[in-house]
Design a protein around this ligand. Structure first.
Ligand SMILES: C[S@@+](CC[C@H](N)C(=O)[O-])C[C@H]1O[C@@H](n2cnc3c(N)ncnc32)[C@H](O)[C@@H]1O
Ligand code: SF4
Length: 383
């Protein structure tokens, strides 16, 4: 869900990626009791709200549920098989951005693909194919979705197909014209707005080229448009990227979140140095004292990432260059890739020896939770 929650390398610092949990860092802020608890509570509230709305909108069908359960069962039973399609997909409709955040590959021009965007037609084709299976589309990864001229049309299309949509933005777009109103009308379920301060001086250190006044005005306009239309969506999440230098503006961010009716999500953020250091560490050989990793990863059975050109990655941790599994435009659609031989072999490799996969060998994302749980359950049943 919102949380395509990713684990961390054996380090407490974050690599920047689409969705990752707050790493287990100690809270350095004296003024706020527990930003980390704030973050977890915000995620849980968000999950509950999204699930509740999906029930109300009848987006949770028995067929989708069965599909989800089956894929989970394959993962738990350590089978490389999957059903026809996943229950969630992540679509990165572009890798273009208006800002230059220094720890973001897109912001610093180090994205591994040339700049590009997905066409509206390709997006609709994907939605048509997956809509009977998929609960949620996570509509962001490495770019700024609101740089795409058709983003609201895309959200509308997915929404009309009975799929919930979650996206994340730097929020420099909604202060002008009728952008806020169009966003609200699109049916978007969750909007994450990333900030790193509430004064321009502090905000501009990370969100380079961004204008915090625009973000704040945009948030207010979205909140107003929701009130005018008497709708509760998009649910707003204000994501505060926490660096050493911006703890002092956390309380103001809390106030802003309250004012616009947003959940506050405080995420310990990586610097550019963290980004390069950790990337190297994760790709290195495993050291003898590294914590054990299980030959498993639930993401391979649950949440593929489709890039703007149709290439499919097994997970969203693009920094580590997980191998392509095929292309939905060239190889006959999402089902052909998801259930295809390449992806199946990759799952088999994962279940057999994760240490042979350079992008995965140090990753502790979903550290075999599914195995631990099933073993516990079986022990409990045999009592
Ligand atoms: C690459 S951004 C793309 C979406 C959009 N442009 C945005 O900034 O929200 C994906 C996610 O990474 C988060 N992010 C950006 N820089 C980060 C950092 N240094 N550490 C951790 N997360 C970061 C953002 O908050 C966002 O939710
Ligand atoms: S706004 Fe988002 S995509 Fe753009 S540079 Fe910053 S983190 Fe990257």
């Amino acid at each position: 869900m919102e949380d395509c929650r990713r684990g961390q390398p054996h380090s407490s610092e974050p690599l920047m990626q689409a969705e990752q949990p707050m790493p287990s860092v100690s809270d350095r802020s004296e003024s706020s009791p527990s930003p980390i608890r704030d973050s977890r509570a915000a995620h849980l509230r968000l999950l509950a709200q999204v699930a509740f709305r999906m029930v109300l909108k009848r987006q949770i069908t028995p067929y989708k549920l069965l599909n989800c359960v089956l894929n989970f069962a394959y993962a738990v039973r350590r089978r490389p098989a999957v059903t026809a399609l996943p229950s969630m997909i992540e679509i990165d409709i572009n890798n273009i951005c208006n800002l230059k955040c220094p720890a973001c590959p897109t912001g610093i021009g180090e994205h591994h693909k040339v700049n590009g965007e997905m066409s509206y037609e390709s997006f609709c084709q994907i939605v048509d194919e997956v809509k009977d299976y998929v609960f949620v589309i996570v509509l962001f990864n490495s770019g700024e979705p609101f740089m795409h001229k058709d983003v609201c049309k895309m959200i509308e299309y997915a929404h009309a197909g009975g799929i919930s949509v979650i996206t994340s933005t730097n929020g420099n777009f909604f202060h002008v014209g009728d952008h806020a109103e169009r966003l609200v009308r699109s049916g978007l379920d969750v909007l994450i707005v990333s900030i790193s301060g509430v004064s321009q001086d502090v905000y501009g250190r990370y969100h380079q080229n961004g204008k915090v006044d625009r973000v704040i005005a945009g948030l207010r306009k979205i909140a107003q448009a929701k009130r005018d239309s008497n709708v509760a969506t998009p649910v707003l999440m204000l994501r505060y990227l926490l660096f050493d230098y911006n703890h002092s503006e956390l309380d103001q961010a809390r106030q802003l979140a309250r004012e616009v009716g947003a959940q506050l999500n405080i995420r310990r953020a990586g610097t550019r140095e963290d980004y390069h250091r950790l990337k190297a560490a994760m790709l290195s050989e495993r050291s003898a004292d590294a914590p054990p990793v299980t030959n498993h990863c639930y993401w391979l059975w649950s949440l593929p990432l489709i890039q703007y050109d149709g290439d499919v990655r097994p997970c969203c941790i693009l920094n580590l260059d997980p191998p392509d599994q095929g292309n939905v435009c060239r190889d006959g659609g999402v089902a052909q890739v998801w259930g295809g031989e390449t992806f199946r072999e990759f799952r088999t490799q994962m279940l057999t020896d994760k240490s042979k996969i350079p992008s995965c060998r140090n990753c502790t994302s979903f550290p075999g939770l599914q195995d631990a749980n099933i073993r516990k359950l079986l022990r409990w049943r045999s009592r």
